[in-house]
Design a protein around this ligand. Sequence first.
Ligand code: BES
Ligand code: MN
Length: 460
Amino acid sequence: MHIEKAIEYFQTHQETMTQTYLDLVKIPSVSTATEHKADILRAGEFLKDYLLGIGLDRVELFPTNMHPILFAEKKSANLNAKTLLVYGHYDVQPTDPLDEWKSDPFQPEIREDYVYARGASDMKGQVMASVLALESVLKTSDLPINVKFLIEGEEEIGSPSLDDFIKTHKDLLSCDMILNPDAGMVGKDQPTLVYGLRGLTYFEVRVDGPKADLHSGLWGGNVANPANVLSSMISKLHNSDGSVAIPGFYDRVLDITEEERVRIASNQTSEETMLENTGVPMLFGEEGFSALERQGARPTLDVNGFYSGFIGEGAKTIIPAYAKAKISCRLVPDQDPMEIFELAKSYILSITPPTVRINIFLHSGGPAYLADDAPGAKNLTEALSAVWQNSITYKREGGSIPVATVMQRELGVKSLLTGFGLPDDAIHSPNERMYLPNWYKGIQALIRFYLSFGETSDAS
Ligand code: BES
Ligand code: MN
């Protein structure tokens, strides 16, 4: 039978395939860092060459203002075949703080069945799983669907080129189904389908005081300290019950329905697991909601980075010239990312004292996503359940994949959001990792998924 032959092909090539994945992970394709521009291109070319090598019909790297977008396609011999579009990103987050890594982030090391490296889980693992599953199918049987790949290099910086690309390449990207394996699973034994994602508004605030760092003895008491001012402003962004204090912030937030509460609660993840995964002594969040509700269905505001003054060893007595904070809001339907930016900006301006100058600018934004029953869901859930021997967990996820909303709007197709990473994979953190047995299962599940569209695929 087709499935068995393809899985057997994967199993006999498991070692070289794993090596290919590690080779991709070795390329430091950090999209936010300009010094890695050539590495991003190298990662795109690596995938392009690999896809050409396994026989895709059309493989093209489209240049953008920043990092290229890879498109590839393999047509089925069946002229009536449905078309699946697989989305992925080959860029990764920065590695800092580098000191915290136990091994080099771009020299993948396998320890106790985990691959440790930046991008191992988010999401070179999932990109390669999608590609290697297709390779296993192509080598052993006829492909029952048309498969397209859209793999970008700017996801981790908010996909600045992708919207336009999708809008101007609708025919190229036309499809019946979209697989987006950039989400994850809730536990090792729990294959997961994500039906909601939060949106994002990311901005930066800069407070300028004196024209240079000043002696704090000579000037302390007469000059407002930008670090003091900015921290006091930040403290006004939340109310004491954990809610966000920006006026209008919650105006468009859709309430969680009773049905939705039940669905969210069906996820078995306990608060103890969350404490373990994060290492905090106690969870914190908005009152009146469960941890899983707060994660997927409530908006938040967080400082992602704060910089001011002297941060070297020892002590230095200064009043810093400026203070900066990087701030992001996770959004839920129907909040609008630009409107939230405007609301945040007006509120922050309204609480800025006249003793400093302020500058607020937007980095990126993207809407939330909430949708049931993307086309192909039955095929995918059956494939995942067959491999993991367990039923599917449905999750409203807290992370953001804005492209899902863009594709729904521009291509008219909802996304199948899944993945093989785990909540304790430390994505965006030091010592990011991927659990290899899961990755192997993921490849097998995708083999089943691709082949599930063939009329004869379940006849032996
Ligand atoms: N893969 C993640 C998002 C994710 C992780 C979704 C786990 C579901 C489960 C993605 O690469 C990511 O980190 N996205 C950014 C988006 C932003 C830069 C626009 C995020 O969520 O911070
Ligand atoms: Mn990702």
